[in-house]
Design a binder for this molecule. Sequence first.
Ligand SMILES: [Zn+2]
Length: 293
Amino acid sequence: MEFKLNEYHRNISKEDLINDLKKVSTALCKSYISRSEYESNGKYSATPYLRCFGSWINALSAADLQTQRTKNDYLRISDKSLIEDIKRVAILLDKESVSTKDYSEYGSYKVQTVLSRFESWSNALSLSGLMPTVYKEITDIELFEEIERLWIIKGAQPTTTDIKNGLSKYSLNTFSRRFGGWRNALKAFLDYINEDYVFAEKEKTNEQPLVSKESVSLKSRHRTPRDPNLKLRFQVLNRDSFKCCMCGRSPATTHGLSLHIDHIKPWAKGGETTIDNLQTLCSDCNLGKSDIE
Ligand SMILES: [Zn+2]
């Protein structure tokens, strides 16, 4: 048996490259050829093309091919090619799993193409024999914080239309799955807020320690931590109708306005983080106030 060194392709002409690319295009009956398709079917690697034409798109253009996939090309991508490509990215990254973020960066196809073919990313991973991606589960509190944010922006109870319009960073599905519908999500949020109200009453009668020891420094004379938690913040905002107590503006009427929770008796002067000592101010009024102090 005779062993031959791999042929060096240093002196491949532009014409050779163009011809081989055209040949692959004809063989696959496709007007757009991706780099990985070329590498699995062509004579050369993609490297001489990049060296010669500067980019893969320029090479396609030089060969009179489509520089992007047409709809038909997308339809023609086989399940096997998609799976193989996910596997390729896993090997490339030396990972047991490939996230959609990894794939959008290194994959030859669009994440959306994979999703529409296999219905979910985890299905695609399982068909590729890869581990499911470990994603950090969104906590209830994070969902509540988002509801609060939407409530502030609107100055009123957010609706499913707001979510569908892209106001929320989580989908309606995410809220629905967790709480069983949007209404229930709002109900859970308000229960959470209201429960704190009861909790605060208990605190006054010292049935509950007001704050954990860790959250207040030993030197501090304060009974409360400086920053109000989500519940207290929402109670203050709701009491003040999501408007600045000084100028009366709100994010609902003034686009981009942000509301802050301000200590009426400054924290630095011993003011506590209690509902009676807190007020809603917009960032402009809040800054003006600190100047006076
Ligand atoms: Zn203001």
